[in-house]
Design a protein around this ligand. Sequence first.
Ligand SMILES: [Zn+2]
Ligand SMILES: [Zn+2]
Length: 339
Amino acid sequence: MAKMRAVQVSRAGGPLELVERDIPDPGSGAVRIKVQACGICHSDSFIRDGLWPGIQYPRVPGHEVIGLVDAVGANVRGWSTGQRVGIGWHGGNCGYCDNCRRGDAFACETESLVTGITSDGGYADYMIAPAEALARVPDELSAVEAAPLMCAGITTFNALRNSGARPGDTVAVLGIGGLGHLGVQFSAKLGFKTVAIARGADKVRLARRLGAHHYIDNAAEDPAAALQKLGGAKAILATVTSAGAMNSVQGGLAVNGTLMVIGAVDALAVDALQLLSGRRSIKGWYCGTSIDSQETLAFSVLSGVRSMNEIFPLERAAEAYERMISGGARFRVVLTAGN
Ligand SMILES: [Zn+2]
Ligand SMILES: [Zn+2]
């Protein structure tokens, strides 16, 4: 049987190990992807640290995958070998439960399928993916450029376009790291008056380069007061993993403004008076499904939004993961499989 390389975690807290495995065959409704690039996401720590309830080991992480359809399983329509595809966090859905039929496939009630968590992901030469979870990848994007758009990109783009803000409205992006550097670009290209918020005066040039119209250094000034000086934000995209930072911007929302939470934090403090007096809201946003990924990629081609990446070959995945989790990488880290 033909073999491939994969990088797996064998137990909670265990290392990322490079192993040889049999190349898997796609079952009914699935395809095999010959992986070209796979981004490393902070959420890969769910596998590494055993934080996902019921996770089974060994598991191959990776939910920012770009590659070519290499084999097609039974009962798959619309996909053929050689097509360029991507798969993100959303790892499939049943199509027949109430939520799926209502158009909320992200919340499928039958199974909660997550790429690289409930099945093996893209830290490998090949992976299996359900056909409904595939996005088409445009030729204009390289595999490395496209990979981070499958999670960091779709999450920021989809949250922004569903935030209720309209072109010309003021939108703030809290954080300009792995998620935020894409969030600022998308916000500016979507036509919002874009305010980047981060710590330190040194980031102002980066923020401008990404398209921000204003920059707030939240280490030097109160970001809520600074936003109110600009008239208040119709939406704030909170990309950070600090609840304190999220708390500190809530007062910067305009009337009818929404805090879009996409960074995973345990608990947020909420000022109820602020919410009700200005009809403000706080909303979480799930990244999206395959069609949202596909639209993220298409909009990135249209508007010139690009991810900024450090690139490592698959066999150095452990080192690349450490680079990401330690905060050493400024933006995104992407593995290349060499296919
Ligand atoms: Zn992710
Ligand atoms: Zn369903």
